[in-house]
Design a protein around this ligand. Sequence first.
Ligand SMILES: NC(=O)c1ccc[n+]([C@@H]2O[C@H](COP(=O)([O-])OP(=O)(O)OC[C@H]3O[C@@H](n4cnc5c(N)ncnc54)[C@H](O)[C@@H]3O)[C@@H](O)[C@H]2O)c1
Length: 485
Amino acid sequence: MKTRSPPSTSREGVEVDDFDPLEIDGRWQQMDVKSSGESNSRLSRRSALLLAAALAMVTASLFVGHGSLGSDVDDERVAPIRGTAYLSRDEFKDVRTARAGESVLLTGGLGFIGSHVADLLLHRGFEVTIMDDESNGHNHNEFCQEMVPNNITVVDDFPSFPNTGDDTTQFTHVVHLAAAISVAESMANPVKYENINYGGSEKVINWISEYNKHAGSAGATKVRKLVAASSAAIYGDQPKLLPLQESAPYGGISPYADTKYRMEGLMKSFVEGQNNDGVAEPVSAVALRFFNVFGPRQDPHNPYSGGSIRRRTANCCSFPPTYSHFATQTSGVISLFLEAALTGKDITILGDGAMTRDFVFVKVRQCPVHPACSASSLTIRKDVARAIVLALLQDVKGDASFDVYNVCTGKSITINTLAGQVKQSMDSNSKITHLDPREGDIRESSCNPKGASDGILFKSAVSQEVGLEKTAAWFREDQGRRSRT
Ligand SMILES: NC(=O)c1ccc[n+]([C@@H]2O[C@H](COP(=O)([O-])OP(=O)(O)OC[C@H]3O[C@@H](n4cnc5c(N)ncnc54)[C@H](O)[C@@H]3O)[C@@H](O)[C@H]2O)c1
C-alpha cells in the first residue's frame, strides 16, 4: 500500500467553508495527518487560521443572545455546546459517535459524496482511511483537508492485511463509493465500467473476505459492515411503477446501471455465502440506490458528474471553464445550472424540461469564520452522507443481512422548475434555453423513500429548496476562492 499526501490544498481562506468549532478542542489538538511534511506545514498554517477563527467565534458568540434559537432559523439546532458550538439535533438522534477501535475504509472518499461522508465520520470520532485514485478529475474535494483537520490517511491501494505488512490499521467498516459515474460515458466505453464498477466492487468484497480471514487468525478487529453506492439508474424508465420502490424490477438501460446492479448481486452472494458457510462474525451489506444527489463540492467541471463538455488540463480546471452548461438527468445538473447562472451563461436544458427528478441533498456544514458569524449561522444539514453512515452503523444480530434502500426525498420537480429556482437563487440574468432531448434520458423519475425510513431510519431532512440555497451560497463562495487564486 502506498500512502500519499492528501490532495493539494493551496487555496487559502477555504476554511470558512466548513469550519467547525467543535474541532477546536480535543481531537483538534491531536491533529496528525499521515502525509508529507509539506501537508503538515500547510495544516499548521491552517491550524493557526482555524484557531484564530475559533477565537473570532467565541468573541462573536458573546454578543449573540440565545433568543435567536428557534425563531427564524434552523429547526435542527439545539442549545450551544461548550458555549460556542452547535450540533444539529439529528446528530444526537441518529448518527452515533464512534466506539473504541471503529475504523472505516472509504473508497472514493475524495469525491463529491465521499468527502462529505469522510467529514461526517471524522466528526463523529471514527478513524477514516480514504482510498481514492482521483481518477474522476480534480474535484472541489481538494478542500477535504480543510473540513476535516483530524487524522486522515489517503491511500491509492488496498490496505495490507493484519500481520502482513507495515500498516497496522485495523478496519471495522467499509464504505464503497469509488466508481466511474457517467451514464453517457458508459455507453461509449462499457469495458471501463465493467472493470471499475463491477471489477472494482468484486475486489473490495474479496479484500474484505481476505482481511477478515487474516484478522481472525491475528486476533485483529474484523470488518462487520459494507455499504456501497448503487444508483437509481438501475430502475431505468418504468413510468407505471412510479414512485419507485426497491422491489421494482431491473430496468437499467446503460452499462453503468448494469454494473451497479450486478454489484448488488455480488454483495448479496457474498452475504449468502458467509451464512451458508457458517462464517463467524459475518459481514452484512447494504446497497444504497442514490437518486440525484446535489450539494456543495459537486464539481460542474467534472465531465463525469456534470455531463458537460470542457477542456481539461492535466490536474486542474480553468475558471470560468470552457464548456456548455447543459444536462438533463445527470446528477450534476444543479451544479451545472448554478455555475451557468453565476457566470451569466445560458442555462441550457436538453428537451422540453418537463422531465422530473428527485434531488436529494448531500450535506453541508456551514460556519462563516468572520465575527459576523452569529450563532444562527452555525448549521449542520445532511442527508445522503447521513444515510450512508446510518446504514453503516445499523446493528445486525445473528446471520449477516443484505439490504437495498432508495436514498431520495420522495418529492420530484421538473427540470424547468429547477432552472427557474437556480436563476432566482443566483439572482441571475441567464437565459433558459432548450436543445433537443438526449437519447436515453428517462422522462419521469420519482421515488418512494419508505424503505430507508423503515430500514435505516433515514428520512431526508433538507428540502430541495433549502439545499439549493445552501449549494448556491457555496458556489458563490467557491467562485470567490477561485478568483483569489
Ligand atoms: N452523485 C450522484 O448523484 C450519484 C447518484 C447515484 C449514484 N452515485 C454513486 O455514488 C458514488 C459517489 O459518486 P460521486 O458523485 O461522489 O462521484 P465522484 O466522482 O465525485 O466520486 C467518486 C470518487 O471515486 C474515485 N474513483 C473512481 N474510480 C476509482 C478507482 N478505480 N480507484 C479509486 N478511486 C476511484 C474518484 O477519484 C472520485 O474521487 C459513485 O459510486 C456513484 O456511482 C452518485
